[in-house]
Design a protein around this ligand. Structure first.
Ligand code: C2E
Ligand code: MG
Ligand code: MG
Length: 768
């Protein structure tokens, strides 16, 4: 396979990556911010709880300390009366005075120290005196308290040992009460918490003794002072009030469920007995702070959320915008790529046929040449449609396009998969056979010729066209692309020269003839500049009726310094292909003008090449040149061939009209040899037709030529044109033509083209 030429454009896609999903990313950010906010609030909440717990713990400690203080208070209050000589003496009496006892012991302890139950027990533990809630109480009432107080009595008397201090504790706190037996100097207490008559209470039992212990202490058992202070009811209320503990209350059993903001602490004796529970609503500074901060925190959180939301939205919009811009860029890029591909295709392909163009073909040939060094050689075919111009002129450009397309299709069908066909322009095509021998190339070329021979159905009608093909082979004929194409072109030229609709392989002698043409071109240039080598001869034109000399045709002559006379057929073509014909034509026209001035009564015919008409302003130049020489254009006859009309794009028609308007006459030379001379007669206004000498030569020899000459003369006359017959060599031809109605005769029978002097002599001779 042949590779396509490298990229023409270096466009790159836009750099950078596009966000996969801007929305997804932002939602993720938003969630992350929410989690961060929640974590902050949670840690704040933990701090609040911690602060609340610490405050509650502190209050529990205070409560514990307060209970211990009450134990001390009760015991110390007892000491005020229990270590009192007067009391010992009073009790020593057989019948102690109950009123005195109530005033100085029971009533005093109740009034000053808010003790609820006070009894005095005798050495036998029997009650001697009692006061309950400030009222003197009968001794029998002691029985109701005795079971709860017995342990204290035994302790105070030393009948049992002080128990271990293991008991239930508040979490993280010291024991609820301290040791139950206290001995300070003479004072001996058994003090502890206990449940008395189903109520929590501080109980203290103290030995009653003298203030100053006697040197011989009595061995008899002491009287005992029993004090009970209830811890529920009034005590709790006043304690709650004094210590600013909110909602302090007692309940005997652990509450199943208490309010969430309540705390509870067990009330435990030194023996570890749980006497009930104290509940309270602790101070919660953290919660309070939290409550006070809550509106601000809520506002700040909401503000932060809103701000983040707004920022997120804004970022989201920006990202969307960016995404939209990038999508637009992507779309533009895709478009660019498409148009790049399109432009690339256009750069290397022909629009009409879609075939590769000259540039692409050149690349293909280069690649094939590289391969042909190792493998079999390759062949290049140059194809040129015969008479394509006529098809275009006759059927119009749409038909011409259709012909080109159909031709390309037919050739493609003949080619192999690796072969390449390209349109080089106009009706020129090229075929590359990457692997070919002379035989395979010739075989393929013959098939092309055969397929093209079939008629083409075009808009407007059917057309038959041929094709001329030139072939060059690599590496035999050339090793480079340009050389290979040049030689295929030489072969094509040869095929055309041989009569078209055939093929020619390149042969070195063709190149020789080309080289010879190059020599002619060089020499012709120097002939034009040096002078002396070129001259103009004039061939007489005779009036067929009167035999009078009516005009001359100016014909160029070149006397080459080394080769002698060179026929116009040899150098006119070279002059046309090199453009020298323009200079040459003007040179002849000048000479014709000089002759015209010399021979005022003669018409001077001058040949014009189609190439001369291609130059812009040609008609104006001719008019200027002739009138500039002081010659009347009416004396000059301009001979054109069909070649002028074939390539006309309107310019020739305008030039001819311009020249006729200036007074020149136009003669259609070599009439009948062209493709469709009659159609040109319709389109282009001319004054004269010159029957080609090939018809004249055959007069009398074939019925066809005679008929044609007759028809042309009839046609010309009917169109009001002067009819000239060229190449009259025999009297028979002269007579026939005269009979047929030709106006003018020209040929060797009368005279060859002769130098101007000869014409002057003749004119002199014929003039009276
Ligand atoms: P053409 O214009 O058809 O000129 C007539 C040619 O026929 C001339 O050949 C002439 O010598 C030749 N001829 C005339 N009578 C006879 C005859 O009876 N028998 C034969 N066999 N030939 C005859 P020439 O001079 O060799 O010119 C050949 C062609 O060269 C001309 O054909 C014309 O097309 C071209 N040519 C000559 N001079 C010029 C020129 O100055 N400018 C241009 N553009 N073309 C020129
Ligand atoms: Mg002529
Ligand atoms: Mg002629």
């Amino acid at each position: 396979m042949l590779a396509f030429p490298s990229r023409l454009f270096g466009q790159r896609p836009p750099a950078g990556r596009l966000p996969r999903s801007a929305g997804g990313l932002l939602v993720l950010l938003l969630v992350a911010f929410g989690v961060f906010l929640a974590a902050m609030l949670f840690s704040l909440h933990l701090s609040v709880e911690k602060s609340d717990d610490m405050s509650a713990m502190r209050q529990g400690k205070e409560l514990h300390q307060a209970i211990n203080n009450i134990l001390d208070d009760v015991a110390q209050a007892q000491e005020g009366v229990a270590l009192w000589d007067m009391l010992v003496d009073e009790l020593a009496k057989p019948q102690p005075d109950a009123a005195w006892l109530d005033a100085n012991v029971g009533g005093w302890l109740h009034r000053l120290f808010e003790q609820d139950v006070i009894f005095i027990l005798g050495p036998d533990d029997a009650p001697l005196y009692g006061n309950v809630h400030g009222e003197l109480a009968a001794r029998e009432r002691y029985a109701a308290y005795e079971p709860d107080i017995r342990r204290f009595v035994d302790l105070a008397r030393g009948r049992i040992d002080q128990p271990s201090n293991e008991h239930e504790r508040l979490p993280g706190q010291a024991p609820a009460t301290d040791a139950s037996v206290r001995t300070t100097g003479a004072a001996v207490h058994a003090t502890d918490l206990a449940r008395v008559a189903q109520r929590p209470a501080v109980v203290s039992v103290m030995r009653i003794a003298r203030e100053t212990p006697s040197p011989n202490p009595a061995t008899a058992p002491h009287h005992l002072l029993v004090s009970v202070r209830y811890l529920d009811g009034d005590f709790l209320r006043s304690f709650s009030r004094d210590n600013l503990i909110d909602g302090l209350h007692y309940h005997p059993d652990r509450a199943d469920a208490h309010a969430a903001d309540e705390r509870e602490a067990p009330l435990t004796s030194s023996t570890g007995q749980t006497l009930g529970y104290l509940g309270w609503r602790p101070d919660l500074p953290g919660s309070e702070l939290w409550r006070s901060m809550l509106p601000a925190v809520a506002a700040m959180t909401a503000g932060a959320m809103l701000l983040v939301l707004l920022l997120t939205l804004r970022t989201y919009r920006l990202l969307r915008k960016q995404e939209a811009t990038l999508s637009a860029l992507r779309a533009a890029h895709v478009e660019l790529k498409a148009s790049e591909a399109h432009a690339q295709h256009l750069a290397f392909h022909d629009m009409l046929t879609g075939l590769p163009n000259r540039a692409f073909f050149g690349t293909c040939v280069d690649q094939a040449l590289v391969r042909s060094r190792q493998e079999a050689g390759c062949a290049v075919l140059l194809l040129d449609l015969d008479h394509f111009k006529q098809v275009n002129d006759t059927w119009g450009h749409a038909a011409g396009d259709a012909l080109i397309q159909d031709f390309a299709r037919r050739v493609k069908l003949v080619l192999g998969a690796d072969d390449v066909i390209a349109r080089l322009g106009g009706d020129e095509f090229a075929v590359l056979i990457p692997q070919a021998t002379d035989a395979t190339a010739a075989d393929l070329t013959k098939r092309i010729l055969q397929d093209v021979r079939a008629p083409f159905d075009l808009p407007g009608g059917r057309a038959f066209v041929g094709v001329s093909i030139g072939i060059s082979m690599a590496p035999r004929d050339a090793a480079t692309r340009s050389e290979l194409l040049r030689k295929a072109d030489i072969a094509l030229y040869q095929a055309k020269a041989l009569g078209r609709n055939q093929y020619c392989f390149f042969a070195p002698d063709m190149d020789e003839s080309l080289k010879a043409k190059a020599v002619i071109e060089r020499d012709l240039r120097s002939a034009l500049s040096d002078g002396g080598q070129l001259s103009v001869c004039f061939q007489p034109q005779i009036d067929s009726a009167t035999h009078q000399l009516v005009g001359v045709e100016a014909l160029i002559r070149w006397n080459h310094p080394t080769q002698g006379p060179v026929p116009p057929q040899v150098f006119i073509g070279v002059a046309e292909s090199t453009g020298l014909i323009v200079e040459l034509g003007e040179w002849v026209l000048n000479k014709a003008c000089q002759a015209a001035l010399q021979w005022p009564g003669l018409s001077i015919a001058v040949n014009l090449s189609p190439v001369q008409f291609r130059g812009s302003g040609f008609a104006a130049r001719v008019i200027e040149l002739v009138t500039g020489n002081g010659v009347n254009p009416a004396q000059i006859e301009l001979e054109v061939t069909e070649g002028v009309f074939i390539e006309d794009d309107g310019r020739v028609q305008r030039a001819i009209e311009q020249l006729r308007a200036a007074g020149f006459r136009i003669a259609l030379d070599d009439f009948g040899t062209g493709y469709s001379s009659l159609s040109y007669l319709q389109k282009f206004a001319v004054d004269k037709i010159k029957i080609d000498r090939s018809f004249v030569a055959n007069i009398g020899e074939g019925a066809d030529s005679t008929a044609i000459v007759n028809a042309v003369v009839t046609l010309g006359r009917s169109m009001g044109l002067t009819v000239n017959a060229e190449g009259v060599e025999t009297a028979q031809q002269r007579d026939f033509l005269r009979e047929a109605g030709c106006d003018e005769l020209q040929g060797f029978l009368f005279s060859k083209a002769v130098p101007a002097d000869e014409i002057t002599k003749r004119l002199r001779k014929s003039s009276p």
